[in-house]
Design a protein around this ligand. Structure first.
Ligand SMILES: NC(=O)c1ccc[n+]([C@@H]2O[C@H](COP(=O)([O-])OP(=O)(O)OC[C@H]3O[C@@H](n4cnc5c(N)ncnc54)[C@H](O)[C@@H]3O)[C@@H](O)[C@H]2O)c1
Length: 329
């Protein structure tokens, strides 16, 4: 693969920006050039750490710096307008998940990308986590018999004081725990099994101490081939949890994000050693670089990321109306 040095600018200097800059710093073929944040003191702080330029206005940054890649790490309601602007100015995109607020917004981003002939990678980080990659290869191997069902549980204090308020405003975030973390679970389940969601029922509760978004949700889904999968998420006070169990006729897998992968073939779970230690954000950038150099889609296409949003929209429709939702791809 012939390496060309690519200039990268990051839109948004918030919580996730450091993960991007750390990955860019160690990547061969990438150079960070600038960061933009509406909070100019924060942009200056991050720019100081990484020795790059700071801007307050992301449009000015793109027009002046002309980066090859724009990383969109902004609140969800700004994904569409910034992605369309960056694409129209010739930037390839690393667009943070969830792709946008709605399927219609995702379509506008995809269309802008087609028109500008640029590559778009949506940051579905689940695809790049070592224990997930290993679990996926085990699921695909067929060594555990038939896939029977999956359940995924996530508990986190979602309304903690440090969480920026926009995450808790439906108009800005697109929803609460289900939009932010539920999209990770929907993606994880579909990607691990390579089975899209066909139908679902969902419920949500709204007892958060701030904002107007849901604080918990349950989703009962049917995947392609009739496989049932459940997602349970709570953002209220309780014990933290981030686990997925995949149940087959001849064994079980348990993923604990950040901790590893466990296997049972009948007895207690045993931890799999050496799940690998490649950094997820580095793998994500390598995927985008390959796609830019080869002029092909990255492994996670924007059409796939759009479908995650289609599932999320169906989740909210089901929770609001109490009816089952069918998804047609
Ligand atoms: N892949 C992952 O695991 C992961 C983890 C965390 C966050 N994320 C995603 O990353 C994105 C950013 O999340 P975050 O946690 O960093 O949020 P954040 O609120 O910490 O950061 C967003 C930044 O954008 C800035 N901003 C707001 N409006 C702006 C504007 N008009 N112009 C320029 N800057 C503006 C804010 O000042 C803030 O610094 C979201 O899409 C989120 O879902 C992904």
């Amino acid at each position: 693969m012939q390496e060309k040095e690519l200039k990268v600018a990051v839109l948004g200097a918030g919580a996730i920006a450091g993960d991007h800059f750390d990955a860019i710093r160690v990547a061969k073929g990438l150079t960070a050039c600038a960061v933009a944040d509406i909070r100019s003191e924060r942009a200056a702080e991050v720019a100081g750490i990484y020795g790059i330029k700071a801007y307050q206005d992301y449009r000015e940054m793109i027009l002046r710096e002309r980066p090859d890649i724009a990383v969109i790490a902004l609140p969800h309601f700004l994904h569409k307008e910034s992605a369309v602007f960056a694409a129209a100015n010739g930037c390839h995109l690393l667009l943070e998940k969830p792709m946008a607020l709605s399927v219609a917004e995702c379509d506008a981003i995809i269309e802008a990308g087609r028109r500008a002939d640029i590559r778009i990678l949506v940051g579905h980080t689940q695809h790049y986590i070592a224990e997930n990659i290993l679990a996926k290869s085990m699921i695909q191997s067929g060594n555990f018999g038939k896939l029977v069902m999956i359940h995924d549980a996530r508990h986190i204090n979602y309304f903690r004081d440090e969480r920026p308020l926009w995450f808790l405003e439906k108009e800005k975030a697109g929803g609460g725990i289900l939009a932010n973390l539920g999209t990770h679970s929907i993606d994880k389940i579909q990607w691990l099994t390579e089975r899209p969601v066909r139908k679902l029922n969902a419920s949500a509760s709204y007892y958060g101490s701030r904002g107007n978004v849901e604080g918990s949700g349950m989703i009962f889904m049917e995947l392609d081939g009739g496989i049932p999968a459940a997602i349970v998420q709570s953002g209220y006070l309780g014990a933290p949890r981030n686990e997925t169990e995949i149940i087959f006729t001849e064994g079980m897998l348990k993923l604990v994000t950040g901790e590893g992968l466990w296997i049972s073939r009948g007895g207690s779970y045993e931890k799999v050693e050496n799940t690998g230690n490649a950094a997820p954000f580095s793998l994500q950038y390598a995927d985008l670089q390959r796609s830019i150099l080869n002029g092909e889609d990255p492994s996670c296409t924007p059409e796939y990321a759009r479908n995650v949003i289609a599932v999320l929209e169906a989740v909210y429709r089901s929770a609001e109306t109490g009816t089952e939702q069918q998804l047609r791809w």
